[in-house]
Design a protein around this ligand. Structure first.
Ligand code: TRP
Ligand code: ZN
Length: 872
């Protein structure tokens, strides 16, 4: 038999947006839940808005059981691959669509599926179409009523969005609950959960005095791990009232933790569904990083209630409207509750590492993309994290007060509707009077700008001169680049570290310079001595800064810059200089060297009594191997690895006494997640991360592992043993896996250690680990922690010269392409960047991409990325 030629997936373009042909004001859903044959009846009230008497609905992988118009069976329709076209319709009608789906066989975790014993849904971006034929687009907003029917003994809890409006018993041990969400919403915010859970209940009294019932549903036996999520939810509700003046709008808020989930969490109205990773925590099972992640993600989903749900996106190209803004809000939440400097540092690490890398890859796109084949491919670091930086720049340009006025105007104008990124910027501009016309290019232009700064001092005139040039390299889908409006925050210091106020023509001026042209010159007067300049303070724009700092200037800034971020950044720039010099040395066969003065600079930080320990820990952390890789083309993975390791050993050796003293002085008897306690653990474990390379490393790590009373210290020990390949590694790893084999979430930490193991046979270890009792290719968390960490955090072995790492990834992706294309599509990213490597690696990586491109049934997700990469 001849093969059916596979149609190439087609792209959608932002410029082709058309408003919907019909409105749907109400949809009444009924789910008769069965593992293999769930029947969904959807009754919609529909009005024709324009065009003809035909209506096109989206649907995928559905068995259509019947179509009825105003209660009468309808046969004038056509079912095609992906849509249902119904013809001959009246202007206004009630449409009934009956479909059948198979939740148990749904391994893509999109639409209705089973996670463990529970039914749950994931509809963003375009998953509702796997439940019923519908106008599955974010600008169609309807009031949802949902009746959920299932067997009572297995599924005592039947949940959906909004308020419970009815319930009852049926024969055969089944029961039902009906829900109604009074707020009209797009289909992507619909959710249903049915299962048996342990329930943590609490409440929150809003500013206006309404009581909101808060409920967190977790797997049976996990109740002792839900408290931090509850506290984080209450803190989120309070913070949004205080900082943004936004109050919650339903009488209940439910969160369900599930084990099988493609991403972090989902903001479905009144019924968030979470990856259990971002709910479950106690000190025995979760690290400090996990606790902070839970706070951030609970906050993020809660903040979506206003920025995402009350005002949603007109179309998916506008995704950053809700995601960039909501990330900005969750970052501010974490910064207001914890350390602003540490939060900023970690966010900047993400931008400078993986986001810059994405923006230099074949997948480079503006925060508001112009062309999409598979929407799931655009939930990216660019849309989320760079999107947040764009909001942050507006915040910098407007100031908090005007920014909040802009938010208020945005809600006045758009509450209850589907809006665009342009609408948001217009509200900010109109409320503040700040002209954002040129600024808007940040939404349409991809790639990372570079700003080049040259300074000079005129001692006769007492003037200080800054020449700033900006440029953006062409990206794969966008050759031409325009100058952007870049806020550049600077400060000047005299030799003693006093701030020199900025003056132009005798008038004091703002620290934030407006860079708008390709080349600009700024002259500051009344500068009595040659100053030292701090540039791009707070990382005021997501750009690469090029400025010829001397080591002495950077060491000065590490001590004297008035804000912690700038001090950290000076330390990073100092490290960067010496990493680059040494990579060059290694490549030339010359010896590694790190000057005593550089060590002294970090010694000073370590000995500081005023600095926050959490901040010192950040100061002493090297840039990641991936961030460093972004500075070179071609990337020499082995040289970079060896240099980073040499720096660790050099710091450990040079600062041994200070590191040991810090390590010894910071132990804590009891565990708390107060900022202070987290900071002390962070610094102590950073010290361990150096000391483990010295002779006493093995003993120190073993002792810490044995004495740890919390997961943070346990994992710090394990990770040191892993990175430094200590002799105790095997024993500790075995001990851990025996203790936690029953708990996949905890085992993920262990899988990540196996994925990043630096031993000669790293890939062999990964393959063997795939047979571990706790591992399964069905669970995205397991795949990410073992396979994902091998791909992204074990560069030496992933990029093994013989191509074994690439071959392995190719096989994994081939399997996931069938079972879970979304997860496959996230894993493939390192392979797309083959152009960054030497020729022999390029050939091997490309060969894997080519194999994938020829797969039968290549999912749209991989198709889009593979094609772009092969075109590069
Ligand atoms: N909107 C979600 C968030 O940012 C993320 C999300 C998008 C998602 N698509 C998803 C989550 C698919 C799970 C599965 O919070
Ligand atoms: Zn989000």
């Amino acid at each position: 038999m001849s093969q059916q030629p596979q149609e190439a997936p087609t792209a959608k373009y932002r410029k082709d947006y058309q408003s919907p042909s019909h409105s749907i004001t109400h949809i009444d859903l009924e789910f008769d839940l069965y593992d293999k044959e769930t029947i969904i009846t959807a009754v919609s009230k529909i009005k024709q808005l324009k065009g003809s008497d035909s209506l096109t609905l989206e649907g995928e992988q559905l068995k259509l059981l019947g179509v009825y118009v105003d209660g009468k069976q309808w046969s004038d329709y056509k079912e095609t691959n992906g849509s249902l076209i119904i013809n001959g319709l009246p202007k206004e009608f009630e449409l009934t669509v009956k479909t059948e789906v198979n939740p148990e066989e749904n391994s893509s975790l999109e639409g209705l599926y089973k996670s463990g014993g529970a039914f749950c849904t994931q509809c963003e971006a375009e998953g509702f179409r796997r439940i019923t034929y519908y106008m599955d687009r974010p600008d169609v907003l309807a009031v949802f009523t949902s009746k959920v029917i299932a067997e009572k003994s297995l599924y005592p809890y039947l949940l959906s969005n909004g308020n419970k409006i009815g319930s009852g018993e049926l024969e055969n041990g089944r029961h039902w609950v009906q829900w109604q969400d009074p707020h009209p919403k797009p289909a992507y915010l619909f959710a249903l959960v049915a299962g048996d859970f342990d329930l943590l209940s609490d409440s929150y009294k809003t500013v206006s005095g309404r009581d909101v019932a808060l409920e967190i549903y977790v797997d049976k036996g996990n109740l002792d791990r839900a408290n931090h999520a509850m506290l984080s939810l209450q803190n989120s509700m309070k913070w949004d009232e205080q900082r943004f003046g936004l109050e919650y709008d339903l009488d209940n808020y439910m969160i369900v933790a599930v084990d099988f989930f493609n991403m972090g969490a989902m903001e479905n109205k009144g019924l968030n569904v979470f990856n259990s990773k971002f709910v479950l925590a106690n000190e025995k099972t979760a690290t400090d990083t996990d606790y902070l992640g839970i706070e951030a993600v609970i906050g993020h989903e809660y903040f979506h209630n206003w920025t995402g749900n009350r005002v949603t996106c007109r179309d998916w190209f506008q995704l950053s409207l809700k995601e960039g803004l909501t990330v900005f809000r969750d970052q501010e939440f974490s910064s207001d509750l914890g350390s602003r400097a540490v939060n900023r540092i970690n966010n900047v690490r993400i931008i400078r590492g993986p986001q810059f890398a994405e923006d230099a890859s074949p997948m480079s796109h503006p925060i508001r993309p112009d062309k999409v084949i598979e929407m799931n491919n655009f939930y990216t670091l660019t849309v989320y994290e760079k999107g947040s930086e764009v909001i942050r720049m507006m915040h910098t340009l407007l100031g908090e007060l005007s920014f909040q006025k802009g938010m208020k105007l945005y809600f006045e104008r758009h509450d209850g509707t589907a809006a665009t990124c342009d609408d948001f910027v217009a509200a900010m501009q109109d409320a503040s009077g700040v002209d954002l016309t040129q600024f808007k290019r940040w939404y349409s232009q991809s790639g990372t700008p570079t700003i080049n700064v040259i300074t000079s001092y005129n001692s006769d005139q007492k003037t200080y001169n800054l020449i700033v040039e900006q440029s953006t390299k062409p990206t794969q889908e966008q050759q031409e680049k325009l100058p952007l409006h870049i806020p550049l925050d600077i400060e000047l210091y005299d030799v003693d570290g006093n701030v020199i106020p900025l003056q132009c023509n005798g008038k004091s001026v703002s620290n934030v310079l407006n860079i708008t042209d390709e080349k600009q010159e700024f002259t500051f007067d009344s500068v009595d001595e040659k100053p030292i300049v701090s540039l791009l303070r707070e990382f005021s724009a997501p750009v690469k800064l090029v400025y010829d700092y001397s080591d002495q200037e950077l060491m000065f800034l590490m001590v004297h810059a008035t804000n912690e971020f700038a001090r950290w950044d000076a330390g990073q720039m100092l490290l960067a200089k010496h990493i680059k010099i040494n990579v060059d040395n290694v490549q030339k066969g010359e010896a590694f060297e790190l000057s005593e003065s550089v060590l002294d600079a970090f010694r000073g930080v370590l000995l500081s009594r005023e600095l926050d320990p959490a901040f010192i820990a950040e100061m002493l952390s090297l840039p990641s191997q991936n961030e460093v890789a972004g500075w070179f083309k071609p990337v020499d993975v082995d040289a970079i690895y060896s240099v980073l390791k040499s720096i660790k050993v050099a710091i450990a050796t040079g600062l041994e006494d200070e590191l040991s003293a810090v390590y010894g002085s910071l132990s804590q008897d009891s565990y708390s997640i107060e900022h202070d306690a987290i900071g002390k653990r962070a610094l102590r474990n950073t010290a361990l991360g150096y000391l483990c390379y010295l002779a006493q490393g093995n003993e120190l790590v073993k002792l810490q592992y044995q004495n740890a009373n919390n997961m943070t210290d346990t994992m710090a020990a394990l990770s040191s043993a892993n990175q430094a390949q200590l002799q105790c590694r095997e024993d500790l790893m075995n001990d851990f896996s025996e203790k936690w084999t029953h708990d996949g979430l905890v085992m993920d930490k262990w899988f990540a250690m196996q994925g990043t193991n630096p031993s000669e046979d790293a890939l062999g270890v990964v393959k063997k680990t795939m047979n571990h009792a706790a591992f399964t290719m069905k669970n995205p968390n397991r795949i990410r922690s073992l396979v994902g960490s091998f791909l992204t955090a074990n560069p030496v072995h992933f990029h093994a010269k013989d191509g074994s790492g690439y071959l392995f990834v190719g096989e994994i992706l081939t399997e996931l392409n069938q079972s879970n294309p979304q997860v496959a599509s996230r894993l493939i990213d390192p392979l797309l960047k083959y152009r960054n490597y030497d020729e022999s690696r390029q050939i091997l990586m490309r060969a894997e991409l080519e194999k994938l491109s020829k797969l039968e049934n290549l999912a749209k997700d991989l198709f889009e990325k593979v094609t772009k990469a092969l075109d590069s």
